[in-house]
Design a protein around this ligand. Structure first.
Ligand SMILES: Cc1cc2nc3c(=O)[nH]c(=O)nc-3n(C[C@H](O)[C@H](O)[C@H](O)COP(=O)(O)OP(=O)(O)OC[C@H]3O[C@@H](n4cnc5c(N)ncnc54)[C@H](O)[C@@H]3O)c2cc1C
Length: 241
């Protein structure tokens, strides 16, 4: 996901996925043998407070850049594991907590030269139960930086609900699947992993994949997916479902 602030399409702004792919798989760490772009950044600002943001911020340090994290809530609300935050701090990442980007500042060639940020304070709890960050009007200031890594989460490909209207999805675009079988609303279609649970972990995706595999086998072999209810255990109609 991106922030939707002006200047976000500037040269030097990356999604965390692209940044980490360039650093690692495209060997940006092996400069000058590989001239992959993020290695040349002097100051990298990572936006976000999750584990992926911590990965990105620490990678930026290791490429020789100054590395700053901008996160709109306080440390207690950061979704990253405590160890990840601690290790990032220990390695030298600078944290600007309760700050939010308002725009990416660019030069005439649309290259990033800095970020305008605004200070935030915590207001009432929002839908997630965490206190909502509220901007402090007039508190904007400029940070010089030539690279920004946007690490504010990811969401399922919107093509899925667009192309398969008979596949039930949630308001976040994730696919609805029965957690006991991983069967979706479409007969013969099973789903699991991040596209069902939202961004989670490898182990949870693998667990759901195992459940799905077992029930795909049953489905193709014509075995009922769910055990028959033993006789006499049916719920009365008014309480069922
Ligand atoms: C930067 C980053 C760091 C992470 N670090 C950790 C970590 O340290 N530990 C951890 O447990 N989790 C980590 N995660 C989360 C973890 O990667 C995911 O939870 C996990 O990969 C989910 O697995 P999945 O199979 O559901 O989805 P994915 O791994 O995303 O796999 C989905 C696959 O489907 C393919 N695909 C998409 N559309 C189509 C299509 N139409 N046709 C065919 N193929 C398609 C995609 O190309 C992809 O290969 C991290 C995630 C990120 C982004």
């Amino acid at each position: 996901m991106f922030m939707g602030v002006p200047g976000e399409n500037a040269v030097g702004v990356f999604s965390a996925n692209e940044y980490l792919t360039r650093i690692n798989l495209m060997k940006a760490y092996d400069f000058p043998n590989y001239a992959t772009s993020p290695i040349r950044a002097k100051h990298v600002i990572t936006v976000g407070g999750g584990n992926v943001a911590m990965d990105s911020a620490r990678c930026a340090l290791r490429t020789g850049a100054k590395s700053t994290v901008v996160y709109r809530r306080a440390r207690e609300q950061m979704p990253a594991r405590d160890e990840e935050i601690h290790h990032a701090e220990e390695e030298g990442v600078v944290f600007h907590l309760l700050h939010n980007p308002t725009r990416i500042v660019t030069d005439d060639d649309n290259r990033m030269v800095g970020m305008e940020v605004i200070r935030m304070e915590l207001g009432e709890p929002d839908d997630s139960g965490r206190r909502r960050p509220v901007p402090l009007e007039g508190s904007e200031y400029f940070i010089e930086a030539d690279c920004c890594v946007v690490s504010i989460g990811n969401s399922p490909n919107p093509l899925i609900p667009q192309t398969s209207p008979d596949l039930d999805t949630t308001r976040w675009g994730t696919i609805v699947a029965d957690e006991n079988t991983m069967l979706t609303s479409k007969p013969g279609v099973f789903a699991g992993g991040d596209v069902v649970s939202g961004a989670a972990t490898v182990i949870s995706a693998m667990g759901q994949a195992k459940i799905a595999a077992e029930h795909i086998h049953k489905y193709v072999m014509g075995i009922p997916l769910k055990e028959e209810e033993p006789e006499g255990t049916e719920q009365p109609a008014e309480t069922a479902g």
